[in-house]
Design a binder for this molecule. Structure first.
Ligand SMILES: [Ca+2]
Length: 276
């Protein structure tokens, strides 16, 4: 026979019974599921108890009473929904599995790519699990396996797909880059790095020239990940000659003149050195 017409929880128990997990009552019969997996039937007013029989397909137990023989059928819950919020490579994804009937008690184990990643209890027909993704971009099979804590509910399984995406650009490793200052000219500094959740460390690229003359410049560094996301970081270059030339005076020139009026004196030109 199929499970009964009415669930009663709690219900009045026959005297002397303990460890009753749940009871089911029909028009003429009440039977009780014990936490050790046995079943007690309570019928007018005799009661009989039996352990779980082996080899009966879909039958949890048979309990004999005074007027009745009861076959307790296995209730097979179904996982109606398995969902995974899309996850980024090293971020969190939320798995959920809806179990029907909602009275089913137990837990749902989640498996990604065939490997168990953890389990969550079923509450009001729903199990949710926070999964820290540590995988490359792609699609992975997701399984949800319900295991009942109550003997009249069978295990059940549902499947879905975990989609790991990358929509997050790389994040620069330092908040700001130091200015480059020089008097005469400057060489473009080494490129900075950034860290990406999916690609790891990324080295910047730029279209700025390799050297800079006099003036103020902005180097725009670009970090590109392998999934079309990018971020930028700028660095200032200031090249200004602020040092005046240094004059070197020639040595004194001493001449002996035979004229009292004038005399031509030759001396080398003055020179100056500049830092540029
Ligand atoms: Ca990325």
């Amino acid at each position: 026979m199929s499970p009964g017409k009415q669930w009663l929880w709690p219900t009045t128990l026959p005297p002397g019974l303990s460890a009753i997990q749940r009871s089911l009552q029909t028009e003429f019969t009440t039977w009780h599921f014990k936490s050790d997996g046995t079943v007690v039937a309570w019928v007018y007013p005799a009661n009989g108890q039996t352990a779980l029989p082996a080899g009966l397909n879909g039958v949890l137990a048979v309990a004999a009473g005074d007027l009745h023989s009861l076959e307790i059928m296995l209730i097979v819950p179904t996982i109606t929904t398995v969902a995974a919020a899309n996850g980024q490579c090293t971020e969190h994804a939320t798995f959920s599995a809806a179990v029907s009937p909602s009275t089913a008690t137990g837990s749902v184990e989640f498996l990604v790519n065939g490997s168990s990643v953890g389990s969550a209890p079923v509450t009001d027909g729903l199990a949710t699990f926070d999964y820290v993704v540590n995988m490359i971009v792609g699609e992975y099979p997701l399984q949800a396996v319900f295991s009942s804590s109550f003997p009249s509910f069978a295990d059940s399984e549902g499947t879905s797909i975990l989609t790991v995406t990358d929509t997050t650009p790389p994040v620069a490793d330092v908040g700001s880059l130091p200015d480059v200052t020089a008097q005469c000219s400057a060489v473009r500094p080494d490129p900075p790095t950034a860290t990406d959740a999916c690609d790891g460390q990324i080295t910047a690229t730029t279209t700025s020239p390799a050297t800079f003359g006099q003036g103020d410049f902005t180097i725009v560094w670009t970090f590109n990940d392998s999934h079309g996301n990018s971020s930028e970081q700028s660095q200032q270059v200031h090249v200004h000659d602020t040092i005046a030339p240094t004059v070197t005076c020639p040595n004194d020139v001493t001449v002996i003149t035979s004229s009292s009026s004038s005399m031509v004196v030759d001396y080398p030109a003055h020179t100056a050195l500049d830092n540029s």
